[in-house]
Design a protein around this ligand. Sequence first.
Ligand SMILES: Cc1cc2nc3c(=O)[nH]c(=O)nc-3n(C[C@H](O)[C@H](O)[C@H](O)COP(=O)(O)OP(=O)(O)OC[C@H]3O[C@@H](n4cnc5c(N)ncnc54)[C@H](O)[C@@H]3O)c2cc1C
Length: 505
Amino acid sequence: MERSIVIIGGGLAGLAAGCYGRMNGYATTIYEMHSMPGGVCTAWKRKGYTIDGAVNWVVGTQPDGAFHRFWEELGAAQNWSIHNHERFLIVEDAEGRAFTVYCDADQLEAHMLGIAPEDSGPIRELTGAIRRASKLSMPVDKPAELFGVIDMVKMIGALPVQSFMKKWSKLTVGAFAARFKSPFLREVFPRAFGSDSPMIMVVMMLAWQHGKAAGYIIGGALALVSSIERRYLELGGTVHYNARVEKILVEDDRAVGIRLADGSEHRADWVISAADGRTTIFDMLDGKYVDREIKERYDNPRLFQPLVYVSIGVNHEPAGLPTSIAGLLYPLETPITIAGKEEWTMCVRSYSFDPTLTPEGKNVLIVQYESDYDYWSALRREPARYAAEKERIVSEVVARLEERFPEISGRIEMTDVATPITWERYTGNWRGAYEGWMFDAKSFSSSMRKTLPGLRNFYMAGQWVNPGGGIPTAVMSGNHTVQLICNKDGRRFVTSLPEAGGKGG
Ligand SMILES: Cc1cc2nc3c(=O)[nH]c(=O)nc-3n(C[C@H](O)[C@H](O)[C@H](O)COP(=O)(O)OP(=O)(O)OC[C@H]3O[C@@H](n4cnc5c(N)ncnc54)[C@H](O)[C@@H]3O)c2cc1C
């Protein structure tokens, strides 16, 4: 008889687990609480404008690079069209001087040397690291749990790479920026990347850009998710939307299925939760399968700070707003108060590079701020005040944008605001932490367990067991989870391509 897997959550990790489960002959059923797949990798339409809520850059868009194979197997890469940005970010100071973080390391080096020739030492050290990192290949094909002797030997061979990684992981952006003699670079560099972030994050992000390994998928989240959902259905998988899982059924410390909010029970040989970690561990399993490490992590969470995400549809393309991955970051003369905090800068992103998101000549601008979950959670209990606060934020953002880009006045056709509560409500992610656990130097070099102590036939997948989250990591995690299940079931893990037939894993 066919072995079966129930998958909780139809985000990218759940969809990928479903696809790889089908490729390996399992009967798979995904239960997704929302009316559509994708989870946080999503977009929404307002007045003819599509607001993309996730895809800025996706690792694996370069055919030779790490992760690309997943995108091919999941049916995403076959028809996609990739846009590689020239700029990662532009940061301005109060005098209007700009630091452009170019995606190409040579261009970045020339630009930075033009700004501060006296800083050639740290500048060349940075761009050298970017070039070197762009040539590194990441071991993504297999979960660490299945590493054998050959993999270990390969790891020893990779020791110089590990010491390179360690060096840049230990260094914060703030500490690196302190090496610049130029007061301008010392000011703008930490503003670009966050003073406390590990430098390895900057080096890797820019290395992927330098190697054109992490482009933007034209059509954004909707294009990416719909191609993977299609692949899952073509592989014969089953998915139920509007199906909220309330409990994971357990018999003799073995997961045997799930119970939905409508009371129906669905049994399977294996259960994968690709949903939010807190709900899975403490609600669906009543906190019965935890140890000190898990308790400590959830008692003192270091999560992604949730967002206030303001989108503006304009019947115009503002001049002086070059497209980039992360936007134009500039200081404000008058701050905007969001969740009680005065914000003295604004970062605005233009989506004019993706013609599928708007009718011709129109454009979506997005301004986002990290915000305080508790503030929004309390405000949500008073719907009128919550709505009024969103309105106030929109009008303040619009006013500041009009100061900078006067030509958009009278041409704004759509506004929209998502808050930390929006992410919590639609995707279940704890405290609106849209990418789960914060990425730091420690999590870069360590991995989290995908099992819970004492519970058999159960795995977790997705961003709540992969610190730092991310689109490619989510699909890799779905793949790895099925590899672990195949291993337990004594099956050889295999993968296939949509048209070209089977391929060994
Ligand atoms: C604004 C923004 C920008 C981003 N930019 C990028 C980027 O440029 N590049 C990048 O790589 N990543 C980016 N990310 C991150 C990336 O989108 C996520 O890390 C990734 O999509 C997470 O996938 P997941 O499947 O692990 O989790 P999720 O997407 O959270 O999926 C979990 C799913 O489980 C469902 N669920 C929850 N509870 C239940 C339940 N009880 N019953 C049934 N279903 C349930 C949810 O509805 C959801 O569909 C961005 C995210 C955001 C929000």
